[in-house]
Design a protein around this ligand. Structure first.
Ligand code: ADP
Ligand code: MG
Length: 489
């Protein structure tokens, strides 16, 4: 093996570790690196379980990095087009695992050379590891780990409430309240970047402010899984169960969808849930879908999730988005005019994380170039990032998007059919045309099969009202709006 192969392996491994510091050590102490050559990586795993986990969770990015580094190192070499294939061996005895205990070992030489090799440098006291030692994955004391994981900015005070999230917000406040939760469990669900994690961090921080000794656990489902597996591997199940079932006053489990198909962890969580529920301890779970839509989740868990309160967070409407931008700007000390706040909120519609990202980018660009964030600067920057979002759509575009969404033909949409689902789709299309294109009611009547303008007016009002109170209607509208945005791209 050439030294550049070793270097590539070492660098790729280090990047992988940085990406998942919490679970890296746990898995890579059961993996041995054997050989890397162009197009081929050889590894040994302690057993099939470890191999499969590493294959799914670490290999795609590890192999990508290897290929990337190789391409950078020798762009002219002819055989570099071949992506790296991984060959696995299984062996319960690993001579030289990738990391041991606290230390990530530097890359080792091929196994067949090891007989005459000195012990790996990391085990010699005078040879410090080339890597910063990762903290060992272990079950940490509740408060110590909590401090590390809670984002101090994710508080109730910093959360902007609007129609899209008011139920989730109120329910979260009640979970952290003095009288205990009104609903147990609380299941907060919704798309990515809409504030679920923010809310559960806020619950933890509020409770700890009020009761500093409360035993709060905030854990992602991924971490719960890793801790569970590690407890199994090291015969520490008693410790694990004590921590989650007995020494816990409030359990916040983030991103439950991660448990999909992980039957053993689901089983363990089921018993954890029951123990806490029976003891009247609040449980808050977040998910990217409604409980009934969770994939590969057993019915008994789904029915427990629905037994308390299911509160969703939706994409916030324009006014809420503007308020969020203002709040973030204030928190980050970014000077922002109202005009620019509205411009941002109009341009970034689908998720709050992206909205925040756009604001931070503007601020960074402004401080680099010394230009104030005025309207002109902001609109130019936003246009550069998302040039097509603003492209005009026509009545026909909207009708087409609505037909696609509801699986109707254009003729059906414009017909006199009063069947409920067709009529609803038609009303939605009228509403979107009015909202997006500002067409007059008589004009719209003509575009929709020569209908009377009063029919259009009442359709628009009906959808407007439904959107406020019915999350399903809102979801339909968001999906169509998204389709319109992406069809312009
Ligand atoms: P999720 O867990 O739903 O994917 P997060 O809670 O991580 O989303 O939120 C993404 C970002 O958006 C965070 O920085 C969060 O503070 C912010 N955010 C989302 N909703 C709101 C809101 N209503 N008010 C203030 N910030 C919000
Ligand atoms: Mg989250």
């Amino acid at each position: 093996m050439t030294s550049s192969n070793l270097d590539i392996w070492t660098a790729a491994l280090e990047r992988t570790r940085k990406a998942s510091p919490a679970s890296f050590e746990q898995w890579f102490s059961s993996i041995q690196f054997d050989k890397l050559e162009p197009g081929r990586l050889e590894l040994t795993a302690r057993d099939e379980f470890v191999r499969d986990w590493v294959k799914t969770h670490f290999l795609p990015s590890l192999v990508n990095t290897i290929d990337e580094l190789r391409a950078q190192g020798a762009p002219a070499a002819p055989d570099l087009g071949e992506p790296t294939q991984v060959e696995w061996r299984i062996s319960s005895e690993l001579n030289n695992p990738v990391c041991d205990g606290k230390t990530l070992r530097p890359a080792v030489r091929p196994r067949r050379l090891q007989v005459s090799e000195p012990p790996p440098p990391s085990s010699r006291p005078d040879s410090p590891s080339r890597f910063e030692a990762p903290s060992p994955a272990r079950i940490q004391p509740v408060r110590a780990s909590l401090k590390d994981v809670l984002n101090p900015k994710y508080t109730f005070e910093n959360f902007v409430v609007g129609p899209s999230n008011e139920l989730a917000y109120a329910a979260a406040m009640s979970s952290a309240g003095d009288d205990g939760p009104r609903y147990n469990p609380l299941f907060i669900c919704g798309g990515t970047g809409l504030g679920k994690t923010h809310l559960v961090h806020a619950i933890a921080q509020r409770l700890l402010d009020q009761k500093p000794n409360a035993r709060v656990i905030y854990v992602s489902a991924e971490r719960f899984t890793n801790e569970f597996i590690e407890a199994l591997q090291h015969q520490k199940m008693d410790e694990f169960r004590n921590r989650y079932r007995r020494e816990c006053d409030l359990l916040l489990l983030d991103d439950i969808q991660f448990l999909a198909g992980r039957e053993q962890t689901q089983e363990e969580f089921f018993h954890t849930f029951n123990a806490l529920h029976e003891a009247d301890r609040p449980i808050v779970v977040t998910s990217d879908t409604y409980p009934q839509q969770l994939q590969r989740m057993p019915e008994r868990l789904v029915s427990r999730f629905t037994s308390g309160l299911v509160a969703d967070v939706q994409v916030p409407r324009l006014e809420t988005r503007v308020a969020i931008v203002r709040k973030k700007a204030q928190l980050e000390g970014i000077p922002l005019t109202d005009e620019v706040a509205v411009l941002l909120a109009q341009n970034v519609q689908s998720n709050v994380r992206e909205l925040e990202g756009a604001l931070i980018r503007l601020a960074a660009k402004s401080s680099l170039t010394g230009r104030p964030i005025d309207y002109e600067f902001a609109s130019r920057e936003l246009a550069a990032v998302a040039p097509r979002r603003q492209e005009p759509v026509s009545v026909q575009d909207i009708q087409r998007a609505v037909c696609n969404h509801f699986r109707l033909t254009n003729a059906e949409l414009l017909s006199k059919d009063r069947h409920k689902s067709v009529a609803f789709a038609r009303q939605v299309a009228m509403y979107l045309c009015r909202q997006r294109l500002r067409c007059s009611y008589p004009e719209l009547g003509r575009s929709f099969g020569n209908r009377d303008h009063t029919t259009v007016m009442s359709a628009v009002r009906r959808v407007e009202a439904l959107r406020q109170k019915d999350p399903q209607v809102n979801a339909h509208l968001e999906a169509i709006e998204q389709e319109l945005a992406s069809s312009g791209e």
